[in-house]
Design a protein around this ligand. Sequence first.
Ligand SMILES: [Zn+2]
Length: 459
Amino acid sequence: MSILVKNGRIVTATDDYVADIFIEGEIVKTIGKDLAIKADKEIDATGKLVFPGGIDPHVHLDMPFMGTYSSDNYETGTRAALFGGTTIVIDFILQKQGNSLRSALEEWRGRSDNNCVGDYSFHMAVTDFNEHTKKEVQEMIEKEGIVSFKTFMAYKGALMIDDRQMIGLMEEVKKHGGLINVHATNGDMIDYLVAKHRAEGKLSPLYHYLSQPEITEAEASERFVDMASYTGCPGYIVHLTCEGALNAVRNATRRNQKMFVETCIQYLVIDASLYEQPDGAKWVMSPPLRQKKDQETLWAGINQGLVQVVATDHCPFKWEQKQMGKDDFSKIPNGHPAIENRMELLYTEGVHKGRITLNKYVEVACTNPAKIFGMFPRKGTIAVGSDADIVIFDPNEKHKISVTTHHMNVDYSGYEGWELTGKVKTVLLRGEVAIDNNECRIEKGFGKFIRRNKVTQVI
Ligand SMILES: [Zn+2]
């Protein structure tokens, strides 16, 4: 099968030009002006933008939580991602405390393998670092192509590791060429504030926000950066939300550390005033939404190169599941749906509104996640030899976000009625038409597990 994409405006993290792309099998074979090559299928992209497939490196599909599961499974989640122009996601495996990384990997594969529509990969969350886990780090990196290890400085008693374990894990991961991801908030402080608010009968969703003040994130981010500096381990802070935390990273980069920062689309466009609404539980996530001043800081951080990635932390729960916490904010399942909306929201709010350039858009949504997580240049750009993961995008089409039209398996949208400018029209995944004309053309099982390279090879 071969495809010729004609006359589109190709935008990568560094380039912007009009040309044709010839695809054969799974990869891009030739790029050039007015290519005279006969293909099985031709797509006219005149007047359209042509981006690399989006990469969302922070999603939770079919994730076990409080006796239930996040409501998008690997099929519905990766399909919704494709509709929104995201061709590969990186999901999180969670080690159970007392069990091995291997057994967690097998459990997650049981749910994901042969069920994905789009491509996928895994981070490994280490929740119990001990002598046995230590031996498994090398095996995950070298045998399984899982090169990034997630850690939690919060969720005390469930997922949190202490600083002693963190340092040990950092040394081991560094030795074998991996990277540490971190949920950087101060678990003890949050634990105290949650208990205090509950004891005072303050149980509404607003108190979820008030139990995780900015200082809890700023303090933990700084501590993480210091430990990473000491060990020399490359670090990646997931879902950074606020000014205080970003300033901790500003200090770190003065020491020339390998420290990367991700924010998520919601922290750029919505704020904590939503927690005062009766349906505030829809936006209960950790860290919580912040203030308008933090949005300004994050946009600036993107333009300053301090924030390298815009992800989603997609972890949807239906309204009925969110109701588990209707009388107590601490029982609301954390997370919100965004996997399908990220690329179009970032285009509208970022590029269309003049906050970021087109090249920066591709850099933070496609290229940097590929580079940081060991998939570049196979993924994350449009180049000869790369996988033909391509999004054809109409920059002028106006449409609205709604639960009635989205493809995520969740019965509300956090952005209901939002007007967008720019729409994903056609998506190619490894040379196959995945989305066209608002229809998905590939089935579950098409999505491949992508093994990743050692981080030291690409940064
Ligand atoms: Zn997450």
